[in-house]
Structure formats: C-alpha cells, structure tokens
Design a protein. Structure first.
Length: 235
C-alpha cells in the first residue's frame, strides 16, 4: 500500500504510460503501478547505488522483466523521449529545477512530468513558469502535520501567476478539500506566532511585520473564498 503522498502521485500517472521514476529510492511507486496494471514498464533511476539496490529488492520477481534499474544523476540515465512520463518526487524544489534544466531538450521530450517538491515549492513554480512549463493538474496531500503539493506539468506557456498561487497552486485552491483547509489553518497560525513575536520588537521590525500581515491577509482571503464555495456547494 502506498502512503497518501505516493498514492496522489500514482493517481497522476496515465493508464498505459511508460514511466521513469527519478530518485526512486525504495521503488514503491513503480512497483505499485506495475502491480495495478496502470503502466506496462518502468525505469527506476537513482543517483545512489544503495537506494537502487533497495528498489531491486522490493520488486517482486514476476515484475522484474517490466522494470529497468538505472544508476545516474537526474535524467542522465534516461534517453530523450524514452518514456511518456517522468516522476521526480521527494526532493527539494531547487534540486528538481537543476535536474530539469541540465538538458532542456531532453526534459521537453517527455509528454509530462509529475513533480513533488519537499521544500521550495514557490521557487519551483516560478522556475517552471520562467522556463515554459505549465501546470496541468495539481493536488495537496496531508500526512500527519506535513503537507505536500504535487503537480503535473507539460511544456507550454504558463499564465502569469499571482504571488499566492506560487505558494499554493491555483488548481489546489480550485479543488479545495481537507488538506487545503488544514494547510491554511496551519500557515495562518504560524504567521500569528511570528507576528506576536514581532510585536515584542521595536519599530525596526515594522517592514517585516507588514510583510507577514500581507501574507496573512492573502491566506485569510483564500480561506474565505474556499469556505464560501464549500458553503454554496452544500446548499
Ligand atoms: C527522499 S528520497 C525520495 C524517494 C521517492 N522518490 C519518494 O518520493 O518517496 C530521494 C531519493 O532521490 C535520490 N536522489 C537525490 N538526488 C538525485 C539526483 N540528482 N538524481 C537522481 N536521484 C537523486 C536519492 O538517492 C534518494 O534515493
């Protein structure tokens, strides 16, 4: 069984696609997708030998003929256009950006990429926009007190993004749901803590205080809009 984060990634994989999982580690994702018959073949790639060994160990014998294991940095072990979909999950947004930008021609040769940054989500969204990728689907998942944003992207021009949509994808706000509600409550309470600490400081922190107040206001606005939409959907 996959964790909610990996499950949400699996849901973005298209039926019948060929897939490469970059930074596969345990290999749980391609194994589950092969088991379910969603994909026919997969390439499990990792820059380190130990994770790749663990992916091999976790692959049942009957699936091994459908799975290739490749050692290498980022997209290097994958040929241009070799698969339909690429997954890069569980890494920082900057590292994901480095992997994508190492060879743009190759990166653009895949029909879509499913990305799940652990940190620097806003950075990655801006980076994708600046480099001609658009987000075609996105979702938010909660595991305990951790929140993950998962995005499916394709080569194509992204529209201008509002600052708030760099932090929380427009598609995630559009979908709504319990993970988003919990994330907004969590972020607002974190900002309230920061603001109460800044209130103890003098005037020299005024600029910082205004910045956090603005961010809080944006999040409250999103919360209000999502709440109003939920309300009207239930009427
Ligand atoms: C935290 S694990 C994530 C595993 C899995 N993708 C997931 O989301 O559960 C990160 C994996 O990425 C691998 N990795 C880190 N940098 C990489 C790179 N530049 N190219 C390929 N794999 C990389 C690591 O060796 C590690 O196995």
């Amino acid at each position: 069984m996959l964790t909610p984060r990996l499950e949400a990634i699996a849901e973005m994989v298209e039926q019948g696609a060929t897939l490469a999982d970059i930074g596969t580690d345990h290999g749980y994702l391609p194994v589950a997708l092969l088991n379910r018959g969603v994909i026919e073949s997969a390439i499990a790639a990792d820059v380190n030998e130990k994770p790749l060994e663990s992916a091999k160990r976790n692959t049942p014998e009957n699936l091994k003929e459908h799975m290739q294991f490749r050692l290498g940095n980022g997209l290097e072990p994958i040929l241009e256009g070799e698969v339909d979909q690429i997954v890069i999950a569980g890494m920082g947004g900057e590292l994901i950006g480095q992997i994508l930008s190492a060879d743009w021609k190759k990166t653009r040769s895949f029909a879509s990429l499913i990305l799940q940054p652990m940190v620097k989500v806003s950075y990655l969204r801006e980076f994708l926009k600046d480099n001609g990728f658009c987000i075609v689907d996105e979702t938010m998942v909660q595991e305990g007190n951790k929140f993950y944003q998962i995005m499916k992207v394709k080569h194509g021009q992204e529209q201008e993004l509002e600052p708030i949509h760099l932090e929380i994808g427009a598609g995630i706000i559009e979908k709504g749901g319990s993970a988003l509600d919990a994330f907004l409550a969590f972020r607002i309470s974190r900002i309230d803590r920061i603001l109460s600490q800044l209130d103890q400081c003098g005037k020299e922190k005024e600029q910082e205080r205004q910045m956090w107040k603005k961010k809080r206001q944006e999040l409250v606005e999103v919360k209000r809009n999502v709440g109003a939409r939920n309300h009207s959907n239930h009427q």
